[in-house]
Structure formats: C-alpha cells, structure tokens
Write a protein that binds this ligand. Structure first.
Ligand SMILES: *Cc1c(COP(=O)(O)O)cnc(C)c1O
Length: 401
C-alpha cells in the first residue's frame, strides 16, 4: 500500500529530533555532523539562536498578511539585499523553482516591453538544475526528470556547459537571454570558470541579451562572497536565490536591475505567501549574521582550510577520488568507478557524517556556513574512514594477465 506521505524520495531510514550548529541528533540517539545542510539550505546551521528568536518573535506578532498591504519586514529585507548586491529591486517568493520561473518571466517581459517580443527563448546548459516545475524541467533539460510529463515546455535551448562557441551558435533572433549557475550544484558541483562567466556577460552585451544567474545553491555566502558572480567581477541583469536565503525557512527571491525589474508591474507577477512577514523576518536574521563584519572572510578561510584537507584526502585515496571541485563551501568529490557516490554517502553516514549525492558520481559537501576548522577536520577524518571501508568492500581488481 502507498504510504500516506507520497513516496517521491528514496529516503534514508533516519529521522532527526534536534540540531545545534553543524550537529544533528537522530531519533535513535545518534549524533551526526551535518555536511548536507538540508541541501545547502541551513546556512546558519541548526537552531541558530538569532534566527530562532527572530522567527518566534515575528510569529507572535504577525505571520502573514498578503501582498495587498505594505510589509515592512519585506521592504527592509529588499533594501538590504539591494544595498549588498548588483540589484536595484527584489521580488520575494518561496522556492528556487519559483524564483527561476519568475526570472524567466522577467526576462521575456523585458524583451516584450522593449519592442522585441519575438525574443523569448532562453539558453541554458547541460548538467544544469533549475527546479521541478514544468518550465524549469525544460530549462534543466535532464531527460530523466522530463520523462512521462508530456511535451517539454518550449523556449529553452541547451548547450554544453563552458562552451562559448556553442553558446554563440545557439543565439538566434528569438533569444532573450542566458541562464547559468555559476557553480552547477545538483549536476555534479561543476564550477563555471570565471572567464566563462565574463564571456557570457560580454556576449549578452554584444547581442543585446539578458544574463540571468541561478544562485539558488551557490549564493548567499556559500562561495565565500555574498554572491558567487562577484568572484568573476561581473553583474547579471537578473538573479534567482532560495535555499540559504531563509536559513531553512522557505524563502526565494528574484534580484534584478531596474531595466528588468521595472517591467514586472502590478498584475504581471504575484504570489500569496512570497515575502510574508515571517519569511522576511527569517531572511533579515540570516542577513544579520552573513553581513556581519568578518563573517564572509571567515567562510572563505574555513573553506580554504577544508579544501586543503580534501586535496590531501584525494592524494591518500587517489584510486577512489578523481577530483575535488566546486567553490567555497560547496565541494564535490568526483569518484572513480567502481566507487560510487551513493555508496560513499552511505558509508559516511555510518561514520556519522551527512552528505548529499550529486550528478556525475559526485559526493557533495555543503556544510553550514558557520562551521569551524575543527569541524571541517572532523568531516575529513570521517570521510577518510568511510573511504577506507569503501575500498575494503570493493571487488578485488582483476590482476593483469
Ligand atoms: C535547489 C535548486 C533549485 C530549485 O530550488 P527549489 O527550492 O527546490 O525549487 C534551482 N536551482 C538550483 C541551482 C538549485 O540548487
């Protein structure tokens, strides 16, 4: 019989009753180091006192009122995001897929309102992940996710990641813009080179296209800067955020330059929950911490420490680990067959470390941004043990004849 909770996930038989910082305690009494962060979402770790207090206080005042009224918490959060980024204006929603849908709508509407309505197609990349709505499945382009859901939504042209010639070849008179993750998350923790991001910006300028960045996973400090594109020294026209922006409270956002944002007028886009007082109280509390002096520099320092240890781990286990890749505190260990990411994930879990699998046989590490160097060391030790056990369980290599 089907379980009451729809079985859309192959869940581990594990539930948690409490968390604190980077630790989680399961209902059967075990303690785990959480290097998954609810898929890069618990930016401040678990039960961060400042976030908890902000949510409790706001819930006791007013939780939801609808966007028919002014929402001071949302106005403040938007103003702070504008102050801290390339953006001139922000739209709040509830998830990454929803932010991306809105970003595509904003790009198309900008073209339509500036006399180019025939430009409505978006170039996306192989290995991308933009969400599970019908249009974002098409933007994502993964055949596995599309199968059985009818005709793929039209309007997305996919090209190989990192290939500038392919991008230029794909531009037609119907192209509105390009959407790219500065670091592909689900697709296998693949970073775009900074030069590729700069070339995309230049190509958009050359052809009059809009550059949209999906920073749902790598954004909000995970790269060591507030937004990952800052490393490339470029600015997008529009960008999506979610995951870490609410620190675990559902919150998404579209951040845009004025020349894009001004085309979303009353009636052209909306949401019931998006940007409600409770979500924005959470968003403001997250910003209080992430924008505090020294916080991002500390993320960068801890990330570099983690990377050094992981590169040493790769040297010790070069037969199993092919590559260490990603950016900041979003790191992928690309494994060599016959070692698999799901097998290593299970063995890491048995050692007390939570991780997330990603595409291309990559094990993803996305710890909370508040981890210490000692916690990074502990995670690498647990991985070291998990790798040793994984090796011991692999079939003996067939001796060369
Ligand atoms: C997770 C993710 C999404 C989808 O976010 P949801 O909140 O699950 O809808 C979109 N883009 C990227 C890059 C993501 O990592």
């Amino acid at each position: 019989m089907i379980p009451p909770l729809m079985p859309t996930y192959a869940r581990a038989d594990l539930a948690f009753e409490r968390g604190e910082g980077a630790r989680l305690w399961s209902t059967d009494g075990r303690c785990f180091l959480d290097f998954g962060s609810g898929i890069a979402t618990n930016a401040l770790g678990h039960a961060h006192p400042h976030l908890v207090q902000a949510i409790c206080q706001q819930a006791g005042r007013v939780m939801h009122v609808s966007n028919l009224y002014r929402i001071p918490e949302a106005e403040r959060l938007a103003a702070r995001h504008v102050e801290a980024s390339f953006a001139d204006s922000v739209f709040f929603c509830n998830s990454g897929a929803e932010a991306n849908e809105g970003m595509v709508k904003a790009m198309r509407k900008t073209m339509a309102e500036t006399g180019r309505p025939e430009r409505w197609r978006i170039i996306t990349f192989e290995g991308a992940f933009h969400g599970r709505t019908l249009a974002m499945l098409a933007a994502t382009g993964n055949p596995k996710y599309l199968e059985g859901f009818g005709p793929k939504v039209d309007g997305f042209d996919q090209v190989p990641f990192g290939n500038m010639n392919a991008v230029r070849d794909a531009i037609t008179p119907a192209t509105a813009g390009i959407i790219v993750e500065p670091v592909q998350g689900e697709g296998g923790v693949r970073p775009a080179s900074l030069q590729f991001l700069r070339d995309l910006r230049a190509t958009c300028d050359e052809f009059g296209l809009l550059l949209g960045l999906d920073e749902v996973q790598i954004g909000m400090g995970r790269s060591g800067r507030l937004w990952a594109h800052e490393w490339a020294g470029i600015e997008p026209d529009v960008m999506s955020s979610a995951k870490g922006i609410g620190g675990g409270f559902p919150l998404g956002a579209i951040l845009a330059k004025e020349h894009v944002a001004k085309h979303l007028k009353p009636g052209s886009h909306g949401t019931t929950f998006g940007g409600n007082p409770l979500a924005c109280a959470a968003g403001n509390a997250v910003l209080d911490i992430i924008l505090a002096p020294g916080f991002l520099a500390r993320v960068d320092r801890v990330a570099r420490h983690l990377w050094r240890s992981l590169l040493a781990l790769k040297d010790r286990h070069g037969d199993l680990i092919e590559d260490v890749r990603g950016a900041g505190l979003l790191v992928g260990l690309k494994l060599r067959e016959p070692a698999t990411n799901t097998e290593l994930q299970a063995r890491a879990l048995a050692e007390g470390l939570l991780t997330v699998a990603a595409g291309q046989n990559v094990l993803r590490l996305a710890p909370p941004l508040i981890i210490t160097e000692a916690e990074a060391d502990e995670a690498v030790d647990l991985l070291d043990r998990a790798l040793a056990r994984l090796r011991a369980a692999l079939p003996e290599p067939v001796a060369a004849a």
